[in-house]
Design a protein around this ligand. Structure first.
Ligand code: FPP
Length: 234
């Protein structure tokens, strides 16, 4: 089974650069090549949604120079990749606390989102200035203000309209969720790999999808129930 939605915590850029005696930003630049490779492979494999945790709310606390460089890299990537989105029928979406982003970056994001809104291939969701707790809080405020409509909480999350991830990948050997999609990962399968993000390309992505395919998702039910349901649907 190919997961409909894969979310990735892209980690290890800094260490990758340091191992080569280079500045951290060099790792982020190399990481953009992995972003490209993973988008291409997602299209090839038939993944419908690819979510990438590019910058967390907590990342604002990094040294100012690195934050500036990362924002510059985002803006540059959006501009550079716009033709690729068109060519590959990719819909580009940004999710996060956009009030913290610069006006210029927000303009570029709006432009790319509008231009690709009607594309029907892979939906690429970039999480910028995002954190799971921020999302839960902002949703709760708006949901309560609307009179707490029953069963509709998910519509207030910043990810409204995006299916929950089937698979969450984290690179670089860390085994934690780091305030990413806290609500949305209730039944997500996790895949951790020691590979650093700049080295996570097609072959590594394929391995993660193969691992996912070997799992049985039960959503709180028993294995026997799932087997029965699978047989019934054949
Ligand atoms: C984590 O590595 C990576 C980030 C905080 C930034 C990820 C950004 C990119 C790959 C750049 C481009 C993205 C897009 C969507 C164009 P780290 O710095 O935490 O590495 P470390 O843990 O080794 O220090």
């Amino acid at each position: 089974m190919i997961p409909t939605h894969v979310a990735i915590i892209m980690d290890g850029n800094g260490r990758w650069a340091k191992m080569r005696g280079k500045e951290r930003i060099y790792g982020h630049y190399e990481g953009t090549e992995s972003v490209r490779a993973c988008c291409e492979y997602a299209v090839e494999a038939g993944v419908r949604w690819l979510s990438l945790f590019a910058f967390s709310e907590e990342n604002w606390a990094r040294p100012e120079a690195e934050v500036t460089e990362l924002m510059h890299l985002m803006a540059k990537s959006i501009l550079n990749e716009r033709p690729t989105f068109e060519k590959n029928n990719i819909r580009f979406i940004v999710v996060g606390n956009r009030s913290r982003l610069s006006e210029a970056l927000n303009r570029d994001i709006d432009g790319a989102m509008a231009e690709t809104a009607a594309n029907t291939g892979l939906s690429l969701v970039i999480f910028l200035s995002y954190s799971g707790r921020w999302d839960i809080e902002q949703a709760a405020e708006r949901w309560a203000a609307d009179g707490a409509p029953e069963g509709r909480y998910g519509d207030y999350l910043a990810t409204a309209g995006i299916p929950d991830p089937d698979l969450l990948i984290r690179t670089s050997g860390e085994q934690r969720i780091s305030n990413f999609l806290l609500w949305q990962c209730a039944y997500t399968e996790f895949y951790f790999t020691p590979v650093l993000w700049p080295d996570f390309r097609k072959a590594e992505f394929r391995k993660a999808l193969e691992d996912y395919a070997s799992r049985q998702r039960r959503f709180g039910k028993t294995g026997d129930q799932i087997t029965q349901e699978t047989n019934d649907s054949k």
